[in-house]
Design a protein around this ligand. Structure first.
Ligand code: ATR
Length: 278
């Protein structure tokens, strides 16, 4: 339902058709019977500033920001959450009462909440984490793991210099691992996360033999198309607990939904089906 008093939010991207956020938030709006709407907004890069400025005038409570605007949005909000600064990307914007824009990032929250929901009892403090990849997704994962108390984060990226830059920027317990040494780096790990695009539909599997990985290490993939990537299938086959990647998408949406629409939403099988079936 939507009346003239309805609460408004949406997602800004370019293009925006690939975003699953409208299905995600739309499912929750219907489920909780909220007077509100969540709309996709295709905004070209040169119009991002005007679009963000227009949010308050249009009565929007905020928005999500997706590709390619996540970095540019940092400079355009009035107040930037230090967490978003560390991740170097804004994915969630709240419009304050006075119209000022607060930019934050909920990807790290979504990553951790997904692991906690998918592997009850798991905690970052359990042991070393191995993170494969050093792109934008890796930043959110590494910041979240460091803040949650991971004792060691072994970071392996095909292009070593990118991992070194990330480690220098983020600080914390990061050890840069040479790409050639990634297999041995799995020894003694409690968590393995793929943040690269390898294993995504149309891409080759991540080239990583799991022999050295302890049998009780948790394995997670940021890729969720397909839901069971070759990495997750291989981990499952040797008995490792696994958590798929779509939960990160679902959980990262929770803080924004609660701020905009006033309900703390639940991530469950019905939501997964609504988003995966979209
Ligand atoms: P995102 O912001 O989504 O993380 P990105 O910044 O393009 O995307 O990063 C993609 C990641 O996948 C990088 O870590 C990239 O490694 P490089 O820094 O060496 O490019 C990694 N990646 C892409 N193709 C890869 C491949 N064939 N083998 C290993 N890693 C790959």
């Amino acid at each position: 339902m939507l009346t003239a008093k309805g609460r408004l939010a949406g997602v800004i991207g370019w293009p925006v058709g690939h975003s699953r956020s409208p299905q995600l938030h739309g499912h929750w709006l219907a489920r909780y019977g909220i007077d509100g709407a969540y709309v996709p907004m295709a905004v070209a890069p040169e119009r991002l500033e005007a679009a963000l400025r227009g949010l308050a005038a249009l009565g929007f409570r905020g928005c999500n920001v997706t590709v390619p605007h996540k970095e540019a949005a940092m400079a355009l909000v009035d107040e930037l959450d230090p967490l978003a600064r560390r991740i170097a990307a804004v994915n969630t914007i709240l419009v304050r009462e006075d119209g000022r824009l607060f930019g934050t990032n909920t990807d790290g929250f979504g990553f951790l909440a997904n692991l906690q929901a998918g592997a009850p009892g798991w905690s970052a403090g359990r042991g070393p984490a191995v993170v494969i990849g050093a792109g934008g997704a890796a930043r959110a994962v590494i910041v979240a793991l460091a803040d949650a108390g991971a004792p060691e984060i072994r970071l392996a990226n095909r292009t070593r210099s990118r991992a070194e830059t990330l480690a220098a920027e983020l600080g914390g317990p990061i050890t840069v691992i040479d790409w050639a040494d990634r297999v041995a780096a799995l020894s003694g790990a409690a968590l393995l996360v793929n943040t690269t695009t390898e294993g995504m539909v149309g891409r080759p599997a991540l080239d990583l033999a799991l022999d050295a990985l302890p049998a009780d290490a948790l394995v997670n993939d940021i890729v969720y198309v397909p839901l069971e990537t070759p990495l997750l299938a291989a981990a499952k086959a040797r008995g490792n607990p696994v958590v798929d990647g779509v939960g990160m998408l679902l959980h990262q949406a929770r803080p924004g939904f609660e701020a905009w629409f006033g309900v703390s939403p639940v991530v469950d099988a019905a939501l997964r089906a609504a988003v995966l079936g979209a």
